[in-house]
Design a protein around this ligand. Sequence first.
Ligand SMILES: *Cc1c(COP(=O)(O)O)cnc(C)c1O
Length: 220
Amino acid sequence: MSIAANIEKIKQQLSQNIKLIAVSKTKPVETLMEAYNSGQKIFGENKVQELVCKFEQMPKDIEWHMIGHLQSNKVKYIIPFVALIHSVDSENILIEINKQAAKINKIQQVLLQISIADEVTKFGFEEAELFNLLVKYKNHEFPNIEIVGLMGMATFTENEDQIANEFAGLKKLFDNVKSTYFSSQESFHQLSMGMSSDYQIAIANGSNLIRVGSTIFGGR
Ligand SMILES: *Cc1c(COP(=O)(O)O)cnc(C)c1O
C-alpha cells in the first residue's frame, strides 16, 4: 500500500479529537513528502540533528514534534521551530528548555513523559517526581514553558492486557493531574500514547495523540 493509503486507513479509525503524528525517523525527505502531499502536516522525530535537517528542507507549514530523549546541549537547536516536545523526562531538561525558550521570547509547549513500562531502559518521571515538578511549575519556576499534557510508552510485550493496564494507569494519572494542578482555563489536554503496535489499545484507553511510524512508512 502507498503511504497515503496507510495514513488514510489509520485516520479512518480516529475520532475527531485524536491527532496522528507521522513518526518519520530514519526515512528520507522524499518519503516524508509523500505523506505531506497526501495532507499529513504533523511529523515526529526522535533525534535533534535529523529533526533540524528535515525542518530546513521541508515546507514551513509542518508541525514538528520532538518525541525522543533530549540532551541538554542540543535543546537550543530545536526551540525556534518545534511545536511540541513529548519527551521531557527530567527537571534538568525542563530547565534548559525554559532557558532557551526565554532567549527567543517563546512559550514552549511540552508534555511530561511518564515511566509506565516495566523496563528500566525507558525514560520518564515516576509519580512522586512528577508531583514535585508540578508544584514548581505552579509556582511559576518555568515561565517560558506550557505543560499541555503527558506522554508514555507501554512495555514492549505481546501481552495486550499489560499494555492496556499501563495505558489505563497513565490516563488515570492524567485525569488526576488535570484536576489537581490545572484550572479549566488552562489547556492541559494532550495524552500522547500509542505507536504502530499498540495505538488501538491506547485509543481505547483515552489517548488523543498517537505516534505512528512503521505502519505508515514501513519498517526501519
Ligand atoms: C519510533 C517511535 C514511535 C513510532 O514507532 P512505530 O512502532 O514505528 O510506530 C513512537 N514513539 C516514539 C517515542 C518513538 O521513538
